[in-house]
Design a protein around this ligand. Structure first.
Ligand code: ATP
Ligand code: MG
Length: 238
């Protein structure tokens, strides 16, 4: 009998070997609709590989990634990478292109592209070549491009790395508003202040394994493992 899934996407005992490295080592994580998840862990722990694998960009070497359903179809997913690639065309056309690739025809395409730009406050820059936008503007454009696809799950890999505090705050506002509308946010960050601001729950990865999943308020006070505790001590300067 077909299972009516109550989850959006799930990794079950997933291992990923890349160039001789076991980037993920029997990692399991089930994402239900709901909370905002921030994935934390040291450099090289496997955060990016986990997100890419959940997004279907990397095939597991062992284990299974399963996609749940929403209204009888697979949950729509989108991903924003740490360094988003913009095409050599306008901000608006970058979104239009993504919609076209995903089968959205005119006139919906133009309408949705314009709405997405407005959503992140970039309407005034619609005609500007995407590649000359500032880092913060490009990151917001990348968020708009992902949001235009109406994802139920949005993966964000270090969405504010290398942004200044003002641009970071703007991107955080956009992320929080997507979440408030019901988009399931799964993100990584090295900014612990950001993790506190945006996370409902923390998933901690150590050496390719998901070692902990804890409510955010609790994680920062009482991490569940020595690794997580050391990680927090190393990152917090007081
Ligand atoms: N394409 C690849 N080929 C070989 N090894 C890779 C590849 N991609 C990732 N790895 C390795 O897999 C491990 C996990 O990498 P990953 O990028 O997921 O780490 P991360 O937790 O995102 O780290 P960071 O915080 O630095 O972004 C690392 O040891 C990395 O070197
Ligand atoms: Mg990474």
């Amino acid at each position: 009998m077909a299972e009516r899934a109550s989850f959006l996407v799930e990794a079950r005992g997933v291992s990923v070997a890349l160039g001789g490295t076991l980037a993920l080592d029997r990692a399991s994580l089930r994402l239900e609709p709901g909370p905002r998840t921030v994935v934390l862990g040291a450099n090289g722990a496997g955060k990016s590989v986990l997100l890419r694998t959940l997004h279907g960009l990397i095939a597991p070497t062992a284990g299974v990634v399963a996609w749940g359903d929403v209204d009888g179809r697979p949950a729509r997913q989108a991903m924003v990478f740490q360094r988003p690639v913009m095409l050599r065309r306008s901000a608006l056309a970058n979104i239009g292109y993504a919609l076209a690739v995903n089968g959205v025809a005119e006139p919906q395409r133009s309408r949705r592209a314009a709405a997405a730009l407005a959503r992140v406050g970039l309407t005034a820059l619609a005609g500007r070549p995407a590649r000359v936008l500032s880092g913060g503007e490009q990151q917001r454009l990348a968020l708009a491009r992902a949001w235009s696809l109406e994802p139920e799950v949005l993966f964000l890999d270090e969405p504010t790395a290398s942004l200044d505090p003002g641009a970071t705050a703007e991107v955080e506002r956009v992320i929080a508003s997507f979440a408030a509308e019901g988009t399931r946010i799964v993100m990584t960050t090295h900014n612990l202040g950001q993790a506190r601001r945006l996370a409902d729950e923390i998933v901690f990865i150590h050496a390719g394994r998901v070692t902990e999943r804890t409510a955010a308020d609790r994680f920062f006070v009482q991490p569940g493992s020595t690794e997580a505790s050391l990680f927090l001590q190393g990152e917090i300067p007081w």
